[in-house]
Design a protein around this ligand. Structure first.
Ligand SMILES: Cc1cc2nc3c(=O)[nH]c(=O)nc-3n(C[C@H](O)[C@H](O)[C@H](O)COP(=O)(O)OP(=O)(O)OC[C@H]3O[C@@H](n4cnc5c(N)ncnc54)[C@H](O)[C@@H]3O)c2cc1C
Length: 299
């Protein structure tokens, strides 16, 4: 068999497999004609890797995974479903740290937001000035946002404690850390969003403009649109901090002390910039030493 004939047979088989998967998952055929079709895969190895999340409670395989290279691509997909006679389910996923299947979309199309990070233009842009902010792609993770802003001696007002979560993922929840007692959750520290709505329109929204959409999307668990850009409030980054760690055996005393530390009128209020508590189970002297070593090294 000559090589060109062999490759045409392989090509035909590939197309047939893809077609069969689409029929099986009832996704509309017209998808194949869109200019984004090369970014949609039904490869079972890929779809299977998007069937669960961090909670690992459910296994729901999407019919296809969409790897967009721009926000416009996402708008095209959503518009196609909206105008189709057989609309299909679409969900978006940051990095899947959800615990209860929030990103899963059995037989629908799952948008892998992280593929936007493979664009050849910067998706984190910092603007310094009287009111500093960063325009950030929703697929970016907070540690990268922090590192980019630190180059300007700035930082997001509120981060998450764990920094490998995506901007779009935490803004669809709340976004909490030891700074939230000062500034509220992350969703209270956003100036503006670009959102792709359920009709496939790209809309810029803020407190002043399209505010219904703005407030619906923030904390909206991805039900009101796909965030593609967020304008995040920044503030000057401190160069040095003093870090105190206090161990308690009584939770009531711990929470009452925490309240005192952050309450207005307390002499320490305004001095404490970050406050968090953790519960350590079955603590022994050995596990306490291991815990301290994890946070501080072996001092
Ligand atoms: C190890 C670990 C540590 C954590 N630490 C913290 C913490 O310190 N502080 C805190 O507040 N939370 C924390 N969380 C919870 C976390 O904020 C949420 O679980 C959230 O799921 C973020 O994860 P993700 O970025 O991977 O988003 P995903 O889990 O992928 O998505 C979360 C939700 O947002 C939607 N979504 C994702 N991207 C977009 C988008 N661009 N537009 C619209 N909707 C979108 C999804 O559909 C889904 O409903 C933690 C979770 C884990 C597993």
């Amino acid at each position: 068999m000559d090589l060109s004939r062999q490759s045409s047979i392989i090509l035909s088989i590939t197309i047939l497999t893809t077609f069969a998967s689409f029929v099986k998952s009832s996704l509309p055929q017209g998808l194949q004609t869109l200019n984004i079709s090369s970014e949609i895969t039904t490869d079972p190895n890929i779809t299977a890797s998007f069937a669960t999340d961090f909670g690992n409670l459910f296994n729901r395989t999407p019919g296809a995974v969409f790897l967009p290279s721009s926000p416009n691509d996402i708008a095209t997909l959503i518009r196609f479903s909206y105008t189709s006679s057989t609309p299909f389910h679409i969900s978006q996923r940051g990095l899947g740290h959800s615990a209860y299947g929030q990103t899963l979309v059995p037989d629908g199309i799952l948008i892998d937001m992280s593929s936007l990070d493979r664009t050849n233009y910067s998706r984190i842009n910092v603007t310094n000035g009287p009111i500093p902010y960063a325009d950030v792609g929703a697929e970016q993770i907070w540690i990268d946002v922090l590192n980019a802003t630190l180059k300007h001696d700035l930082m997001p007002r509120v981060l998450t404690d764990y920094l490998s979560l995506t901007v779009g993922g935490t803004l669809s929840n709340a976004g909490l850390s030891g700074r939230a007692f000062m500034h509220g959750p992350q969703i209270s520290n956003v100036y503006e969003l670009d959102v792709i709505t359920g009709t496939g329109e790209i809309v810029t929204c803020s407190r002043e403009s399209n505010s219904d959409l703005f407030y619906a999307v923030l904390g909206g668990l991805g039900q009101f649109g796909v965030i593609t850009r967020a304008r995040i409030a920044l503030e000057p980054a401190q160069k040095r901090v003093r870090w105190l760690e206090l161990f308690y055996t009584d939770i009531k005393v711990l929470t009452s002390d925490e309240e005192k530390l952050i309450s207005t009128g307390n002499s320490l209020s305004g001095i404490i910039d970050y406050l968090e508590g953790e519960v350590l189970f079955s603590v022994t002297q050995g596990s306490l030493t291991a815990f301290k070593a994890l946070w501080h090294g072996s001092d």
